[in-house]
Design a protein around this ligand. Sequence first.
Ligand SMILES: *Cc1c(COP(=O)(O)O)cnc(C)c1O
Length: 223
Amino acid sequence: MSIASQLSYIRSSLPEGVTLVAVSKTHPSAAVREAYDAGQRIFGESRPQELKAKYEELPKDIEWHMIGHLQTNKVKYIAPFVALVHSADSARLLETIDREARKCGRVIDCLLEIHVAAEETKSGWAYDELKEYLRSGALSALSAVRIRGVMGIATNTDDESVVRRDFERLVECKRELSAFFGDDFDILSMGMSDDYPLAVECGADMVRIGSKIFGARDYNIVG
Ligand SMILES: *Cc1c(COP(=O)(O)O)cnc(C)c1O
């Protein structure tokens, strides 16, 4: 199946109002270009240098999303152009994004990544710690960061009931946090190649799909 036909299949299966982020990490710019030519404009990457290189090489009307764990010392690579950081998961990272955004004269949209999966290794805020941080008021000093919603990754399992429980938890977190943030807080990013239909059923309005569009990833190519 070509990239274009995979994209059109996925698009036709998504309800109106659900945004598709095509996750192009580890795939060459030529693959991004193929998706671009098929009409896709939003792409997600997880490595800052790779993201920057693709940004420089590809058309400027692409909206680039940072979806993977972001180290503070790498924010500078993407701050000038990134459209949405899905993976804001610590106070230090938010402070760094704010500082780098100011340097560029920008306000950077971010999602709060919340840890819901059973795996220990997955990144994201522990929800209690996030609420404590929000109560502290520290976020109000970060005027170059705009919090747009919540992102999460479900447990990697074939057990649908576990995945559903994770998605429902994210829906609940977003609903609860909406009271704190108000109108701009309107994005729920959840669902990947293997679980996006369930994520959409549970209420996702942004899905991040990679291998189902671009095929399997070979991490060794990019190193
Ligand atoms: C890689 C990645 C995806 C896409 O994964 P696929 O299974 O290839 O669709 C989605 N979200 C995040 C955070 C990722 O790192």
